[in-house]
Design a binder for this molecule. Structure first.
Ligand SMILES: [Zn+2]
Length: 311
C-alpha cells in the first residue's frame, strides 16, 4: 500500500458518495412523477420555464428568480401534499461544503482530508471508535473530586484553545480507574469534532504499528508510521501496559516522541506507572523525552476508583 493508492481510494469514495446522492435524488424524482399528477404538472411547467430562461440570456438573476418562484413553490407544495419533504428530489450530499466533489475553492475540501486521514490511520492499524465525550462526564463525580474537576476543566480548555495552547504535552499519571482514559477520549473526541488530525491509541496499538512498520517493505514503512508522526495530536493511552520488546519499545517510542517534538506537535500520554517505574522500564533517554520540563506538564490522578464509584 502506498500513499497514492490511499489518495485514489479517497477520491473514489467521494465520487461514490456524490453518485449515490444524485442517483437517489433521480429515483425520487421519477417516483414522484409517476405517483403524483399534481407534481408532474408543475415539474413539467418548471422545466419549460427553465428552458425559456436558458433561451433568454438577457434576463437578469432577479427577474429569473421572480419568474421561477411561483412554479417552484407549487412544485414544492405538491411534494408536501404527497407527504414528502420539500427537498425530496434534491441530492443530499454528505459534505455540504463541497457537494461531495472533494474540492473547495480550488483546494482539497476538509472532507477529503478527513477521509484520507482515516485511511492512513486504518492502514497503520490504529482505528479507534466510540470515544467518550465531555457531554458524558458525570457532574456528581466531578463535584466530589476536586482534582478530577481541575483536570476536566483543563482538558476542556485545551480542546477549546488547541493548537494555540501554552502547554502542548501532558502526561496523566495515576492508578487504574482514576479517569485518565475517559478524559483522553474526551479530548480526542472534541478535537476530531474540530476537524484536527488526531490519533488516539493505546501504547499496545502503537507498538503493533511500530512492529508493522519495521516488518513492512522499506518503501511502505514511512506510510505506516506517518499517522504517528504527522497527526496534530497523538494520544498514547496506558503507557507501560504494552509488552516490553527489547531494542524496540523504547527506541521506537523515543524516535516518535523526538520527531513530534522537533515538529512542535502535541502528544498526550497516560500511564499507571510511577516516575521510577518509567525510568526503570524505558531508560533515562526516553524518560527525559517524556518528561521534558519545558514542554510537558504532569497531571497526577488519584482518589477512589471511578469505574466503581458511579453515583
Ligand atoms: Zn467536502
Amino acid at each position: 500500500m502506498n500513499k497514492k493508492t490511499l489518495v485514489n481510494e479517497t477520491i473514489s469514495d467521494i465520487k461514490n458518495l456524490k453518485f449515490n446522492a444524485e442517483l437517489l435524488a433521480e429515483q425520487n424524482l421519477k417516483e414522484m412523477r409517476a405517483k403524483s399528477e399534481e407534481f408532474r404538472v408543475f415539474d413539467d411547467e418548471l422545466r419549460l420555464a427553465m428552458f425559456e430562461v436558458a433561451q433568454n440570456p438577457k434576463m437578469n438573476q432577479e427577474k429569473v428568480k421572480k419568474f421561477l418562484k411561483p412554479l417552484k413553490d407549487k412544485r414544492t407544495q405538491a411534494l408536501l401534499n404527497a407527504g414528502k419533504p420539500a427537498d425530496y428530489t434534491e441530492p443530499h450530499y454528505s459534505c455540504k461544503l463541497c457537494d461531495d466533489t472533494g474540492i473547495l475553492k480550488g483546494e482539497k475540501c476538509v472532507c477529503f482530508k478527513q477521509k484520507l486521514q482515516q485511511k492512513l490511520i486504518e492502514n497503520s492499524g490504529l482505528k479507534v471508535e466510540n470515544l467518550h465525550s465531555f457531554e458524558e462526564s458525570n457532574p456528581k463525580i466531578l463535584a466530589k473530586n476536586e482534582m478530577l474537576l481541575k483536570a476536566h476543566n483543563l482538558a476542556k480548555l485545551y480542546t477549546e484553545k488547541f493548537p494555540d495552547v501554552k502547554t502542548k504535552n501532558f502526561v496523566f499519571m495515576g492508578e487504574v480507574g482514576t479517569g485518565k482514559t475517559f478524559l483522553l477520549e474526551c479530548i480526542a473526541n472534541k478535537l476530531l469534532e474540530r476537524q484536527f488530525f488526531v490519533v488516539y491509541a493505546t501504547a499496545f496499538n502503537i507498538q503493533n504499528t511500530m512492529i508493522k512498520a519495521l516488518s513492512a517493505p522499506a518503501s511502505e514503512r514511512e506510510l505506516v508510521m506517518s499517522p504517528l508522526l504527522e497527526c496534530d495530536l497523538l494520544i498514547i493511552d496506558d503507557l507501560g501496559t504494552e509488552p516490553m520488546i527489547k531494542n524496540i519499545s523504547a527506541s521506537s517510542l523515543f524516535s516518535v516522541l523526538n520527531e513530534r517534538e522537533t515538529k512542535n506537535k502535541a502528544t498526550l500520554i497516560s500511564t499507571n506507572l510511577s516516575f521510577d517505574d518509567i525510568e526503570a522500564r524505558y531508560g533515562n533517554r526516553l524518560f527525559s523525552r517524556i518528561f521534558n520540563q519545558r514542554k510537558t506538564k504532569v497531571i497526577a490522578f488519584s482518589g477512589k476508583d471511578l469505574r466503581i464509584n458511579t453515583n
